[in-house]
Design a protein. Structure first.
Length: 162
């Protein structure tokens, strides 16, 4: 039931943030941070029998979060989406070790970046701008689409268990 509640709260926020990032190139961090905390708590409860794994996964996530914040590689809101990304992944997939976690994160992150690039190409074509390596691309739509797909997968798993 907790998964459904978190999903119900998260999906509309993701849609709003994707639209906001495309329009304004910024997102409000508060709902993302609040939801990240809720998904993190949910994941910690789910992995109570494997505390070393969940502590290691969240430690790696927070280290990367800090690297993204310090380097400025992504905007602050995009870095905040990274925390939500991890919380949803840990709460959706039954991962056993860091190798599985790293594999799932990498595959889904490729999807995030690919969708962000496609959105950037479409946006550049609409605005008749040239897209180059210095162009500003909205990453939140990529996170939003991938996370919504992951959440829908999680809901389908929850329903089949009932």
């Amino acid at each position: 039931m907790t998964y459904f509640s978190l999903a119900l709260a998260t999906i509309p926020v993701l849609v709003f943030l994707a639209a906001q990032d495309l329009k304004e190139r910024m997102i409000y961090s508060f709902p993302v941070l609040f939801l990240s905390g809720a998904w993190a708590a949910h994941s910690v409860i789910l992995y109570k029998d494997n505390p070393i794994f969940v502590i290691t996964a969240w430690s790696a996530t927070i280290a990367l979060f800090m690297a993204y914040k310090i380097s400025g590689m992504w905007g602050d809101g995009d870095s905040d989406m990274w925390l939500l990304f991890t919380g949803v992944i840990l709460s959706t997939f039954e991962l056993k070790n860091m190798l599985q976690f790293g594999f799932v994160v990498c595959i889904l992150l490729v999807g995030v970046q690919g969708i962000a690039l496609i959105a950037g190409l479409i946006e550049a074509a609409i605005k008749k701008r040239k897209l180059d390596r210095h162009s500003d691309i909205a990453v939140a739509p990529g996170f939003a689409i991938v996370l919504i797909m992951v959440i829908l997968y999680g809901i389908s798993r929850e329903v089949s268990i009932l």
